[in-house]
Design a protein around this ligand. Structure first.
Ligand code: PLP
Ligand code: ZN
Length: 410
């Protein structure tokens, strides 16, 4: 196992490193030669432990993350005019803390245990912090979570419920990112921030690609729609598919086109994609209900640039969605498919619907939408969606219920 810089190719030893010491580039894990596991862990993403960057099974910190369901969205397919294809929902809301971040944090903290660790720090818009807090609790590590002050209260409550120390900072996510970096250095804590910063954590996301490959039975989807902040999940889907194809001898089939979905109020990667730029520039003033991807990338624009490169390599694209389109997708997911997603988690579906309706993808496409975070994590939008809660006036008032359901008396 080694680390390698994705920019200059320099190979580095598998220590707790966060950037290339020559060029400052993003690091990735190569040749992870992991471990064999058996028993209960086989029901989690650790069934791929041989490909993950942890050397001893004793160091694995798991809450049984991954191996999430993929369901076909039949009612939704039928409601889209002109569409003749297939849509699957990869339901990452079923992870232990309610988002796909559990995959990344499980590997990052396992590797941190292996290399020796005083405690962990995580900059987070909420979900990564909840993961970090839960996995730290599982092994009794101190955890400090740095989050923007405007983080949804449900996420902050979840984090403090796991016993982590929560530090709030005014302003957008990039302020939290910078402060966490400073704290981690000062305290000598491991930084498990879920941008491309922690190469071991990022490596854990390729399990999504392996699972998608298996769950689609070797029938490669045409498109995978992914909500994107800085983009490690894009790498996970890309790399996981690539490795699964290579191993199965299917390499000529080619990987799916990956579509990065960002919120219109914070879409630095989409902007660069349509400008034909090779480099992403930071976003000025993020403004969106999708708090999980409200990341202006200030100071780590290179993360966006790397994601842009992967999207283009996959033959994919990018799309931005408005808050209105996100709300609509949340409603459809919940009311046609029974999946309650937070605004960020529904962005993938919003992006797909937009491209389908604008005829930017073929009407017989086979599509996967990554639903990345649970609706319990941010209730504000659902609360505003005129909930059908009915206060009964008297204990035998069935008539008002009949009126609610628009039934006529027998
Ligand atoms: C973090 C997060 C994302 C964005 O993923 P990145 O790969 O870090 O850009 C998407 N959805 C949810 C719910 C998230 O928490
Ligand atoms: Zn380098």
């Amino acid at each position: 196992m080694n680390l390698r810089c994705v920019e200059c190719g320099k190979v580095l030893p598998p220590e707790m490193l966060y950037e290339c010491d020559d060029c400052g580039g993003i690091l990735e894990v190569i040749h992870p030669n992991g471990v064999e596991t058996d028993g209960a862990l086989q029901t989690s993403m650790w069934r791929y432990s041989k490909k993950l960057p942890v050397r001893s099974p004793d160091h694995i910190v798991s809450l049984y993350e991954g191996m999430t369901p993929m369901h076909r969205a039949l009612r939704m397919e039928q409601s889209l005019s002109g569409f003749r294809g297939i849509v699957y929902i990869k339901d990452e809301t079923t992870n232990p803390t309610g988002s796909f971040k559990d995959r990344l944090v499980s590997v990052a903290i396992s590797r941190a245990q292996e290399l020796g660790c005083n405690g962990i720090i995580c900059a987070s818009s909420g979900n990564a912090g909840a993961s970090a807090a839960a996995y730290a609790a599982k092994v009794g590590l101190k955890a400090i979570i740095v989050a923007p002050s405007h983080t949804p209260i449900e996420k902050l409550t979840q984090i403090s419920g796991y016993g982590a120390t929560v530090v709030l900072i005014d302003g957008h996510y990039s302020h939290s990112y910078r402060f966490a970096e400073r704290l981690a250095k000062e305290f000598n804590y491991v930084n498990v921030t879920t941008t491309y910063l922690n190469p071991y954590g990022t490596d854990g996301l390729k399990t999504v690609g392996y699972e998608l490959y298996e769950q689609t039975g070797g029938e490669i989807p045409d498109y995978v729609f992914v909500p994107v902040g800085s983009g490690p999940l894009v790498k996970g889907v890309y790399q996981g598919f690539q490795e699964a194809l290579r191993e199965s001898g299917d390499a000529r089939k080619g990987i799916p086109k990956i579509i990065a979905v960002q919120a219109a109020g914070c879409s630095p990667i989409v902007k660069a994609f349509y400008s034909g730029d090779m480099e992403v520039t930071a976003w000025d003033q993020p403004a969106t209900i999708a708090s999980g991807i409200s990341d202006p990338l200030i100071g780590y624009e290179k993360d966006g640039t790397y994601t842009l490169r992967l999207i283009r390599e996959s033959g994919g694209g990018a799309v931005s969605v408005t808050d209105h389109e996100i709300r609509n997708a949340m409603r459809i997911l919940a009311q046609s498919e029974g999946v309650l997603a937070e605004p960020t988690g529904a962005c993938s579906l919003a992006g797909f619907i937009k491209m389908q309706q604008n005829h930017r993808i073929s009407q017989d496409s086979k599509v996967v939408c990554m639903v990345t975070g649970h609706g319990y994590k941010d209730f504000k939008v659902y609360r505003e969606m005129s909930p059908v809660v009915h206060q009964l006036k008297s204990p035998d008032d069935t008539e008002s219920i009949r009126q609610l359901l628009c039934l006529s008396p027998d």
